[in-house]
Every structure is written in structure tokens, then in C-alpha cells.
Design a binder for this molecule. Structure first.
Ligand code: CP
Length: 306
């Protein structure tokens, strides 16, 4: 396997298609316990936004590899008192072996990575959520036995998850359709990057028509309509996003054996109905579990675990 020793993961396009496939294979083997890896390293978590899945799955992954984790809560570090990123990054670099950061601006993450020589992992920014998409692809591959040639339709806000999904699907040889209301498009540069990766082999389609996008999809995916930091706009968004809800009617347009994914937390009755998230086609709990296996593979590969 190609190790990612010492590498940052700031966005999904930091991986090649081969590296992505190898990470997913490693995650599969770790999950089935055909592969056991060990490293005595220390992971720092520096999260400026709330997190359940990412925080816990990174922590458990590191423990299972035999490493340690320090949760650098902003309110108990000097970060909350305005210590400059470049100073914090160079100091943490002297203590830690790897740092996972959840923050708002992608530029902040990139500044950390510039000043810290240790590997830096994007644990969610406003632009991308690459670790989530590793788990998503692992879930899809487990269910269908392959990724190549499948079609994933994302309906909702053109947010960080939509951005990273476009890149992940293109890298995995999948078609991806993003259906969003006018004014809520995914990042234009990432659309171009995903289309360049897809390079005519697969499609990256943007549309405002959720029903047409859902037709013949093997995977229907959504996320909250107002992401962290956008809560004050949540009520305004409800009527705008209503046609983009994953409900039984939209699901009936997809392939008969289509699966439904949601990165969680979910707002039942908004972007997804209770009936669908609790239904037989929902794989959201497998998807959430796979955060652990995918991130364990990522940490093992970056840290050269043996
Ligand atoms: N999907 C996701 O990132 O979940 P958390 O915000 O709980 O980490």
C-alpha cells in the first residue's frame, strides 16, 4: 500500500485516485480486523466548532492504534485569547505527531499546515469535509461492492460536504449530481477541480431540479440546510430548501435498491423525513460507524503505523 507518511489532508483532492482506493482498502481490512496496525503517536484535536462523530471517531481510532489524543478545546487554550495561528502551529508542532483541525475558514487550516511541520488533517472547514467523504465512500463500496460507475445525487445546500463529495466521487470514478436552490451553489473552483478529475470519464452535474437529479441514482445524500455558523439564517432557508427534502416520494425516483446517506446530525422533517432516515434504505448508522474505520486508515497511513 502507498503510505501517506507525513502528508497533510487539507482537501480531498490532496489524494490521488489510487491513494483513495488504497485508503478505502486499508479501512476495509482494519474494520474486518484482517489488518491490525500500531503506532505510539499523539494526535491533537483543535476544534473551533461542535463535533460528536469526528471528535469521538478520531479519538477511538487513535486509541485503537495504540496512540494518545489531546483534545485542545479552544476555551482552555490560548487560541481563544487570540494567540496567532502561526505561533500556535509552531508550538504544537514540537509536541504532537499529527493535528486534526475543525474550523471556519479553509485559509486558517492552510496557515496552520504551512507553519506546522507535522501532518495536518481537515476535520471540517466551511469549504471541505474530506474525512466525512472517506467514510461515505467506504459505506457505498461496502454496500454495492464497487464505486466505479455508480451515481450519487446530493440534494440541498452546496456546502462543504457537497464540495468534498464532488471531489470524492470524481476520484472514485462515480457520477455526481448536486441539486441545490438558486443562490446556494457549491464552490465554483471545486466544481472545476472535480470536473477536471472526472475528465470526461464521469459526470459532475449541477442542477436546481431535485427530482430529475434523483432519477436512477444509486445513492441519495443530504445534509442540514443551515450549517454551523449559519444558524441565524435557518428559518429563512426552510421554504427555499423544501423542494430539496429527501422524502419517500423523492426516494421512489431513485434506483429501487438505492441507499440514503446523511452525514449527521440530521434535522428530521427538514432535509430528510423521519420515515426515510429510519427506513430500510437508510445506511446512515453504518456511515457514521465508518468514520472510525476510514479515519483509522488515514491516521495509520499518515503516521506509518505498522
Ligand atoms: N458529520 C460530522 O462531521 O459529525 P460531527 O459534526 O458530529 O463531527
Amino acid at each position: 500500500m502507498t503510505a501517506l507518511i507525513g502528508r497533510d489532508l487539507l482537501g480531498l483532492a490532496d489524494l490521488s485516485s489510487t491513494e483513495l482506493q488504497e485508503l478505502l482498502e486499508m479501512a476495509t481490512q482494519l474494520k474486518s480486523q484482517k489488518l491490525q496496525l500500531h503506532c505510539n503517536k499523539v494526535l491533537g484535536l483543535l476544534f473551533s466548532k461542535a463535533s460528536t462523530r469526528t471528535r469521538v471517531s478520531f479519538t477511538v481510532a487513535m486509541y485503537q492504534l495504540g496512540g494518545q489524543v489531546i483534545d485542545l478545546l479552544p476555551n482552555v487554550t490560548q487560541v481563544s485569547r487570540g494567540e496567532p495561528i502561526q505561533d500556535t502551529a509552531r508550538v504544537l508542532d514540537r509536541y504532537l505527531d499529527v493535528l486534526a483541525i475543525r474550523t471556519f475558514a479553509q485559509q486558517e487550516l492552510e496557515t496552520f499546515a504551512h507553519y506546522a511541520k507535522i501532518p495536518v488533517i481537515n476535520a471540517l472547514t466551511d469549504l471541505e469535509h474530506p474525512c466525512q467523504i472517506l467514510a461515505d465512500l467506504l459505506t457505498i463500496q461496502e454496500y454495492f461492492g464497487t464505486l466505479s460507475g455508480l451515481t450519487l445525487t446530493y440534494v440541498g445546500d452546496g456546502n462543504n460536504v457537497a464540495n468534498s463529495l464532488m471531489l470524492g466521487c470524481a476520484l472514485a470514478g462515480m457520477n455526481v449530481k448536486i441539486a441545490f436552490p438558486s443562490g446556494y451553489a457549491p464552490d465554483a473552483e471545486i466544481v472545476e477541480k472535480a470536473r477536471s478529475i472526472a475528465a470526461g470519464k464521469t459526470e459532475v452535474i449541477l442542477t436546481h431540479d431535485a427530482e430529475t437529479a434523483a432519477k436512477d441514482a444509486q445513492v441519495l445524500y443530504t445534509d442540514v440546510w443551515a450549517s454551523m455558523g449559519q444558524e441565524t439564517d435557518a428559518d429563512n432557508r426552510l421554504p427555499i430548501f423544501q423542494p430539496y427534502q429527501i422524502n419517500q416520494q423523492l426516494l421512489s425516483l431513485a434506483d429501487a435498491d438505492a441507499i440514503v446517506l446523511h452525514c449527521l446530525p440530521a434535522h428530521r422533517g427538514e432535509e430528510i423525513t423521519d420515515e426515510v432516515i429510519e427506513g430500510s434504505q437508510s445506511k446512515v448508522w453504518d456511515q457514521a460507524e465508518n468514520r472510525l474505520h476510514a479515519q483509522k486508515a488515514l491516521l495509520a497511513s499518515i503516521l506509518g503505523a505498522k
